[in-house]
Design a protein around this ligand. Structure first.
Ligand SMILES: *Cc1c(COP(=O)(O)O)cnc(C)c1O
Length: 381
């Protein structure tokens, strides 16, 4: 048995937060307290919105308290009802944001090459109740936007993107943020840019943007006047301060992620049956997910055994997106046979896992994790 590397009790988690310059953050927080303006479209929220709109090249950016509420607000503002076609291979919030408003998520299988919703499988899922397609740019790799837009326009459907993974990524040389009717980003603590909790909805549609701005503030159009059913989706000033501070370190975070990705690639390249997913280097990419595809027959160890082995050594790797939304409630109960139409979702949810990355870990950590993976392999037969 080769010697096992030790982390001396330290745990390395997937999704440990990236934190930018502490002094810039504290300066902003001090200013917020001095100015005594904590929320309700304050100076820092406005600055955060305009920086992101500029970065993504979109007309409107609406800051929201988190991406889940962002999706819900976009769904409401787009008047979606009935059924929406969405992948099952995503974080549960993509589906819940629909079901929360009595819209049925209709799960579509994914393209095994991209892990994104498979446009070829959408048409057969469209019914008279379908009002939209929700794509998810998984791992920051863009959906087949062109094919989705073509179907949406031909079938009179809205097109919404859960872009939670895709901040700072491009598609065909254009920043993600301006595709479809609207796109929603997450700045949750575990995402590569965080605002503690937070999100934004981006769109080039003036009317939609205005409606979402009202809806995130209870529907108020004036002091005593309400226009829509609204909710409280406002981002607070401290979140915006954190978001702005982290935005200033974005290039550095991406470089760290990229270096870790390349090092993992190098360290793990010699293991047959184990591969990191690819990123298109001709696009802008945030490299925030180190996604490993493990073929148990070739590797000789199951994905689950590998994840458990890492866990025992303090590495909190995660099975993404296991077991798929359709195998979680309430969807499993309401559509127990959904899996029959989702072969790629089921296959990949048994093979993939994510490894730690980001500014909280070092190159040495990457080497140690890679060695642990090597150690889990059966001896040469
Ligand atoms: C993180 C995430 C969300 C939820 O974002 P919050 O800001 O935590 O609400 C939704 N969809 C996907 C794909 C995510 O990864």
């Amino acid at each position: 048995m080769p010697e096992e590397p030790s982390f001396a009790g330290k745990q390395l988690h997937i999704g440990r937060p990236n934190i930018g310059d502490r002094n810039s953050l504290l300066k902003r927080i001090n200013d917020i307290i001095d100015r005594c303006w904590l929320t309700n479209n304050g100076r820092y929220v406005q600055e955060f919105e305009s920086r992101i709109a500029d970065l993504l090249g979109v007309k409107h950016c609406v800051a929201i308290c988190n991406a889940t509420i962002g999706l819900e607000i976009a769904i409401r503002a787009l008047n979606l009802t009935g059924e929406v076609i969405v992948p099952s291979f995503t974080f549960i919030a993509s589906a819940h944001s629909l079901q929360w408003q009595q819209i049925t998520p209709v799960f579509c299988d994914i393209d095994p090459a991209t892990h994104n919703i498979d446009p070829k499988k959408i048409e057969s899922l469209i019914t008279p109740h379908t009002t939209a397609i929700m794509g998810v740019h998984l791992w920051g790799r863009a959906c087949d936007v062109k094919a989705l837009a073509e179907i949406a326009s031909r079938r009179g459907l809205k097109l919404l993107f859960d872009a939670s993974h895709a901040f700072g990524c491009s598609h065909d040389g254009r920043m993600i943020g301006g595709f479809g009717n609207a796109e929603v980003f997450s700045f949750h603590a575990t995402k590569f840019i965080n605002s503690l909790e937070g999100g934004v909805v981006t769109t080039n549609d003036d009317e939609l943007a205005q409606k979402m701005r009202l809806m995130k503030n209870f529907g108020f159009t004036g002091y005593d006047c309400v226009e829509y059913i609204g909710t409280n989706g406002k981002m607070n000033e401290i979140s915006a301060a954190m978001g702005l501070t982290n935005l200033e370190s974005m290039d550095e975070f991406i470089q760290i992620n990229r270096d870790h990705y390349e090092l993992y690639h190098e360290e793990l390249a010699s293991i047959p049956g184990l591969a990191l997913i690819d990123y298109d280097i001709n696009e802008r990419c945030n490299f925030q997910y180190i996604v490993v595809d493990l073929d148990a027959d070739t590797v000789g160890v199951t994905r689950n055994a590998m994840v458990e082995h890492l866990y025992r050594h303090g590495i909190i790797a995660r099975r993404y997106f296991y077991p798929g939304c359709h195998r979680m409630q309430p969807y499993l109960r309401s559509m127990p046979d959904a899996g029959l139409h989702l072969p790629e979702t089921e296959r990949l949810s048994e093979r993939l896992f994510c490894l730690p990355t980001g500014s909280a870990i070092s190159a040495n950590d990457v080497r140690t994790i890679s060695r642990l993976i090597q150690n889990a392999l059966p001896l040469q037969r």
